[in-house]
Design a protein around this ligand. Structure first.
Ligand code: XMP
Length: 522
């Protein structure tokens, strides 16, 4: 089915994905394309509107990214944001210069003309600005529709040609009425009705999968994480028992996680699929014995994972399709290559070389994480699975500093289970914001430091391990700050861990941000 589409033309801005997400929140399908995309290709997409993103360059710089001016004559509405607005001004005959005063962050913008984008926006509205250049002269046919004390063109438009520019960033949360500005562009200016809904996505995807797979056999590596779980459920809805899910338990999962995954997807669970759980923990512990170097641990775990999966696939026999839980941010990051660099170690796992299959199916490749979660809920999956925090492929292997042993795995699993249990209670009691609320920790876990120290318990000397607790506020996992958890929660967790987990006599809270730390310990 063909949807109404908005194209976000990416000029290297850090908020490119955010713009696309906001447009999709208006119920309109949106794709990010690099500014190097051929004009013919853009035309072939028949977009209802085009949004130019911001970017780090100056439009008058030598190598500044530009686009063919023909785009302005397509007759399709265009909205330029920040660099995008400056590019419009520059290409259509206005002037852009270094601003006498730069504006960063929270800024009050005064609306001069409700125009096409500000119909239901307040006369004075708080916006997020981030610019050193500004539009000093409007191109012909344009009027300024908003200003700040130091920025005469905070917004401009040529209503007749349906070309709009915003110096402010409507896509970020801190622009209080930004969503309304984007809604006005997408709905009122571009005339989109809003036909992008997760319910119809599920129906469309299921019919497309059925058509593609026919009677074929499908194999899926299930990790228990959000993406692979939703992909598996969607596939099972489409092709039922033609799907086999292989779940490799590498013994580095959180406490009881293997059993939880089996309870949901296994024979007594609620899905129509073949489920194979491979208990490979001993194999991983043996391979990891004596290894302390983090990258080597990662390689061993990733490599062994693929080997186990391949062996299982061989046992199952030839399959036609392999399912991957790729989501849209992965597609954008690997496709555009410019604005984001993914850490190589995040790609552990990769594609098995020796599995015999015809084609890869990526049913979630056009979805953002929030949309994947929405699909999961619509498919009736349990909330604890759908809202699960990210868990690294190498699992507790990167949360145990130094050598991994069975005993250390047990320690970190028990400590982590207590920590998560107490955080859940604190969330229910309103002491810590829940998922979806402002200030909720995006990831929290216990790790085992390699440090042992002297303590005293019941009049006896102890010489035991120190557990570190971590909780971070982050939206993209590229940067993060330590969450300020209430002291009473940390105290309860500490007391419970030292009392209940054998061989732990000390608990630390990690106050480090990223950078300079990373979220995981290795
Ligand atoms: P770092 O530790 O790099 O983590 O700040 C950022 C995010 O990535 C996750 N992470 C991984 N995920 N394989 C994965 O699949 C890995 O090797 C890996 N290392 C880190 C981490 O949990 C956090 O969400």
């Amino acid at each position: 089915m063909r949807h109404e589409k908005i194209i976000v033309l990416d000029f290297g801005g850090q908020y490119n994905q955010l713009i696309a997400r906001r447009v999709r929140e208006c119920g309109v399908y949106c794709e990010v394309m690099p500014y190097t995309t051929a004009f013919e290709e853009i035309k072939a997409e028949a977009p209802k509107g085009i949004i130019f993103t911001g970017g780090p360059n100056s439009v008058y710089g030598e190598d500044s990214p530009q686009y063919t001016k023909d785009i302005y004559d397509m007759g399709v509405p265009i909205l330029g944001i920040c660099y995008g607005a400056q590019l419009i001004a520059h290409q259509l005959g206005g002037s852009v210069e270094t601003a006498p005063v730069s504006e960063y962050g929270r800024t009050e913008v005064e609306i001069d003309d409700k125009g096409g984008l500000f119909g239901s926006v307040s006369d004075r509205t708080i916006c997020w600005m981030s610019h050193t250049d500004y539009i000093s002269r409007l191109p012909e046919g344009f009027v300024a529709t908003a200003h700040t004390p130091v920025c005469p063109v905070a917004a401009m438009e040529n209503r007749e040609r349906r070309i709009y520019g915003l110096q402010l960033h409507p896509e970020v949360m801190h622009t209080v009425e930004g969503k309304e500005m984007l809604r006005a562009f997408v709905k009122d200016v571009c005339g989109c009705a809003g036909d992008w809904q997760m319910g119809s996505f599920i129906d469309d995807t299921i019919s497309a999968i059925r058509e593609k797979v026919g009677n074929g056999r499908v194999l899926c590596a299930l990790s228990g994480g959000v993406d692979s779980s939703v992909a598996a459920v969607l596939m099972s809805r489409a092709v039922g028992k033609q799907l086999t899910c292989v779940f490799v338990d590498h013994g580095l999962l959180r406490k009881d996680e293997g059993d939880e995954v089996e309870a949901v997807f296994g024979p007594s669970g609620s899905y129509d699929l073949n489920f194979v759980r491979v208990n490979a923990r001993q194999r991983f512990y043996d391979r990891l014995a004596g290894v302390t170097e983090p990258e080597e641990k990662r390689k061993i775990i990733g490599g062994e994972f693929i080997r186990v999966f391949e062996e299982e696939a061989k046992r199952i026999g030839a399959v036609d399709f392999l399912v991957q839980g790729t989501i849209y941010p992965d597609v954008i990051e690997s496709g555009l290559g410019k604005s984001a660099v993914i850490k190589s170690h995040h790609n552990v796992g990769g594609l098995p070389d020796h599995v015999d299959f015809r084609e890869i199916i990526e049913p979630l490749r056009m979805l953002f994480k929030d949309e994947v979660r929405e699909v999961g809920l619509k498919l009736g999956m349990p909330e604890y699975l759908v809202f699960r925090q990210p868990f690294p492929g190498p699992g507790l292997g990167v949360r145990i500093v130094g050598e991994v042993t069975e005993e250390k795995v047990r320690i970190v699993q028990d400590a982590d289970a207590i920590y998560r249990e107490e955080i859940a209670k604190a969330m229910d009691a309103g002491l810590i914001p829940k998922y979806g609320e402002e200030g909720t920790p995006g990831q929290y876990f216990a790790a085992l430091t390699n440090m042992r120290s002297v303590g005293v318990m019941g009049d006896f000397r102890t010489y035991d391990y120190a557990v570190a607790l971590r909780a971070v506020l982050t939206s993209d996992f590229m940067t993060a700050e330590a969450a300020q958890l209430p002291w009473q929660v940390l105290q309860t967790v500490t007391t419970r861990i030292v009392n209940e987990v054998k061989h732990v006599n000390r608990v630390f809270y990690d106050c480090t941000g990223k950078p300079p730390g990373t979220i995981e310990f290795e």
